[in-house]
Design a binder for this molecule. Structure first.
Ligand SMILES: NC(=O)c1ccc[n+]([C@@H]2O[C@H](COP(=O)([O-])OP(=O)(O)OC[C@H]3O[C@@H](n4cnc5c(N)ncnc54)[C@H](OP(=O)(O)O)[C@@H]3O)[C@@H](O)[C@H]2O)c1
Length: 588
C-alpha cells in the first residue's frame, strides 16, 4: 500500500480512538490504526493517528510509520484521488484521472451504459428518454419495460406513444432520415409488468440477455391516482419497486438502481422536511404525535405484509359491483390511519420502505420530485402530456367555472418543471456511478421548490388570472370566456357554503342540473386538493443543491435543475399554461 500524506482532509467527527482498527463512519468505512485521541493529536501536533479507507488497510498498518509527522493518513492512491474528486471510473470500472473542470462528468459517465427504464409510456420517463438520447447519443441500449401482451405489441406502443411523439421532434431533426434507425438501435421495447413476480413477466428468452447487459435501472412506473384502489396501488407502488429490485439483483453488471418516488411520501409531516430514507415500520402518525407531544402510546405498527394481506382478503370479500369503491375507501382510510393524506403517497412511501429493507449492497438512489409540470426549457418550453396535478384546478379557473377556492393564504404549491426533474435524475445517477466511496448506500434527493423558491398559492391564481385575461379560453362556440379574481377561503367548509349560496342565488340561463353539477365538481376539487392547498411541509433540498455544486459550468447549462432560477410568473403565464393549451387543449 502506497502511503500519501494529506494535510488538507478534515477528519470525520466525532472520533474517539481507543481500539484498533476503529470504524468511525459506516459509509466510508474509515478506520484508524492508533490508540491516540485525534483531538489531542491535532492540538499538540505530536501524536500521529493513521487513517485508512478500509479495514483491510487498517489491519495491515501494524504500527505508526516512524516518518509520519503531524496528522497524516495512510491512503491508497485511489482513495486520495476519490477524496479529492479528481478520479472517476471509466465504463469498465477502471480508475481514471479526472479533469476538475469536468464536474460530475455526466456525459462521460453515461456513455456506453445500458439502461433499463420502466414507465416510459408515461409523462416523466418519456422526457428522460428524450433527454438522454439527445444529449448523450453514445449511451448504450435502453430497454423499456412496457405493459403489452407481447414484444410486438410493446413495439407498437413504443412507436405510437414514444418515438413518434412531438416531444422527440428535436431528435427527429437531428437524425433526419436516419431517425427511425437511430431510435431502433437504442430503444428496445420489452413487454412486462412490475406486478408480475416472475422476472416482471419478461419473456424467458430475454431475461438473461437483459440481466447480463444492464448497468442502470430506473423505475418510473407507478399509479399516480390519489385515491387509487388500495389493492392496485399496493401492487404497483409498494410491491412493484421491490419486484424490480429482485430482478436488479440478477443483473451482474448493475451499478445503480434509481427509483422515482414523490416528495409527498412525507405525508402529514410539517415544517422543513429532510431528504431522509424511510425505514420499515415508519409510522408518520406516531412520529407527528411524538413531535407535537400528543403521543398517546396507542399507535399501531405499520406492517406492510399485514396491509397486503388485509387488502387481498378485503378484495375477495367484496362483490364485483362494490369492490372498486370499497377498495378506494380502504386505501384512504389506511393512509390517514398512519399519517399520510392519500393512498398514492402512502403506497409510494411503503414502496421506499421495502426498497430500503431489501436493497442489500445494491447502490440505490431515490429521487423525490414534488408536483411535476410542463418543461421549463427542453427539448422546448412548455411540453406537457395530459393534465398534470395543478392543471384541472387552473383550467377550471380559466374556463370561468371556479369563482373561489379554499387555500392556506400562506401556503405554497411545490411545483417543479419536468425537464429539471429529469436533469436532476441524470446528474444524481452519474454522481452515484462516479463516486467510489459510497457506492452501496442509499441517496435521497428532493427535487422541489418550496424551501428555496416557493410559489405562493395566491400567486398561482394571480398568474393564471393574468394569463387567461390576456389570452382568454374560448368556449365551444369560439367565444372568449371572461374570468374574475378567485375568492379565497380559509377552509373547505367556508368554501362549500359559499358555493352552495352562489348556486341558490344565481339566475341566468344556466340550467339547474348544470349548476348542481358545477357545485358538486367544485366541492370535489376542494376536497381532493385540500392536502396540497393546506400543505404545511417544505421540502429541504440540500442534497440536490450539493449535486448542483458538483457540476461544471457546462453541465449546469446542459443539465440544469436549479429551481431557484425559476421566475414563476414567467413560467406559469408564458410557458406552462401556453404549453398546456397547445399540447393538451388543442389550442383552445
Ligand atoms: N407527475 C407528477 O406530478 C409526479 C410527481 C412526483 C412524482 N411522480 C412520480 O414520477 C413517476 C412517473 O410519473 P408520471 O407522471 O410519468 O406517471 P404517468 O404518466 O401516470 O406514467 C406512469 C407509467 O407507469 C407505467 N405503469 C403503470 N403500471 C405499471 C405496471 N404495472 N407495470 C409496468 N408499468 C406500469 C404506465 O404504463 P401504461 O402506459 O401502460 O399505463 C406509465 O408508463 C411515478 O413514479 C410518480 O410517482 C410524479
Amino acid at each position: 500500500m502506497e502511503a500519501l500524506f494529506l494535510e488538507s482532509i478534515s477528519l470525520p467527527s466525532p472520533i474517539k480512538l481507543n481500539a484498533q482498527p476503529y470504524h468511525c463512519t459506516r459509509s466510508a468505512n474509515w478506520c484508524f490504526s492508533s490508540h491516540y485521541n485525534v483531538s489531542t493529536a491535532s492540538k499538540n501536533n505530536k501524536l500521529k493517528p493513521v487513517c485508512c479507507l478500509n479495514s483491510e488497510n487498517a489491519r495491515s498498518v501494524k504500527a505508526l510509520p516512524s516518518h509520519v509527522e503531524g496528522l497524516s493518513y495512510v491512503l491508497t492512491k485511489e482513495d486520495m484521488m476519490t477524496l479529492n474528486n479528481v478520479a472517476e471510473r471509466d465504463t469498465t470500472g477502471k480508475l481514471m484521472e479526472k479533469d476538475s473542470s469536468d464536474g460530475i462528468g455526466i456525459v462521460k459517465c453515461l456513455s456506453g451504459k445500458v439502461l433499463f427504464i420502466t414507465g416510459a409510456t408515461g409523462f416523466l420517463a418519456k422526457v428522460l428518454v428524450e433527454k438522454i438520447l439527445r444529449t448523450i447519443p453514445d449511451v448504450g441500449k435502453i430497454y423499456l419495460l412496457i405493459q403489452a401482451k407481447d414484444n410486438e405489441a410493446a413495439l407498437d406502443r413504443l412507436k405510437n406513444e414514444i418515438i413518434n411523439k412531438e416531444l422527440f421532434k428535436c431528435l427527429q431533426q437531428t437524425h433526419g432520415r436516419f431517425y427511425q434507425a437511430f431510435m431502433s438501435t437504442k430503444l428496445i421495447p420489452v413487454a412486462g409488468n412490475v406486478c408480475e413476480s416472475s422476472d416482471l413477466g419478461i419473456h424467458p428468452s430475454l431475461v438473461n440477455e437483459i440481466a447480463s447487459e444492464v448497468d442502470i435501472i430506473i423505475n418510473s412506473a407507478a399509479t399516480t391516482t390519489f385515491d387509487e384502489r388500495y389493492d392496485v396501488a399496493l401492487d404497483i407502488n409498494t410491491k412493484g419497486p421491490s419486484r424490480l429490485l429482485s430482478f436488479a439483483k440478477k443483473c451482474n453488471k448493475l451499478r445503480l438502481f434509481m427509483h422515482v418516488s414523490t416528495a409527498y411520501v412525507n405525508g402529514k409531516r410539517e415544517g422543513r422536511i429532510l431528504e431522509k430514507p424511510f425505514s420499515i415500520g415508519d409510522n408518520l402518525a406516531k412520529e407527528i404525535a411524538r413531535k407535537s407531544k400528543t403521543h398517546s402510546g396507542s399507535y399501531q405498527m405499520l406492517d406492510i405484509e399485514a396491509e397486503l394481506k388485509m387488502a387481498l382478503n378485503a378484495r375477495e370479500s367484496f362483490g364485483d359491483d362494490e369492490a372498486t369503491q370499497k377498495m378506494k375507501e380502504m386505501g384512504l382510510e389506511r393512509a390517514r390511519n398512519f399519517g399520510w393524506d392519500d393512498t398514492y403517497e402512502f403506497t409510494k412511501a411503503m414502496g421506499e420502505m421495502l426498497l430500503n429493507k431489501t436493497r442489500g449492497d445494491t447502490p440505490v438512489v431515490i429521487v423525490r420530485p414534488s408536483i411535476i409540470e410542463g418543461t421549463y426549457k427542453e427539448p422546448y418550453p412548455g411540453w406537457i402530456e395530459g393534465f398534470r396535478m395543478l392543471d384541472p384546478l387552473v383550467l377550471w379557473h380559466g374556463r370561468g367555472r371556479l369563482t373561489g377556492f379554499p387555500v392556506d393564504s400562506n401556503g405554497v404549491f411545490d411545483v417543479v418543471p419536468a425537464d429539471m426533474v429529469v436533469n436532476a435524475m441524470v446528474a444524481a445517477a452519474s454522481s452515484k456511478l462516479s463516486s467510489m466511496r459510497l457506492r452501496s448506500g442509499i441517496d435521497v434527493y428532493h427535487v422541489a421548490s418550496s424551501a428555496v423558491n416557493p410559489l405562493g398559492t395566491e400567486d398561482l391564481f394571480g398568474f393564471s388570472l393574468e394569463h387567461f385575461k390576456t389570452f382568454p379560453y374560448k368556449n365551444s362556440k369560439g367565444m372568449p370566456t371572461n374570468i374574475e379574481k378567485l375568492k379565497l377561503f380559509n377552509s373547505v367548509e367556508d368554501f362549500n357554503s359559499h358555493i352552495e349560496g352562489v348556486g341558490e342565488t344565481s339566475t341566468g340561463s344556466t340550467s339547474q342540473r348544470f349548476k348542481k353539477k358545477l357545485i358538486e365538481q367544485s366541492k370535489h376539487l376542494a376536497k381532493i386538493y385540500q392536502p396540497y392547498t393546506f400543505y404545511k411541509g417544505r421540502f429541504d433540498n440540500t442534497n440536490t443543491q450539493k449535486l448542483i455544486d458538483k457540476m461544471s459550468e457546462e453541465e449546469r447549462k446542459s443539465f440544469g435543475f436549479d429551481v431557484r432560477s425559476i421566475d414563476w410568473k414567467d413560467y406559469i403565464c408564458y410557458t406552462h399554461l401556453p404549453g398546456l393549451r397547445r399540447n393538451v387543449l388543442m389550442g383552445r
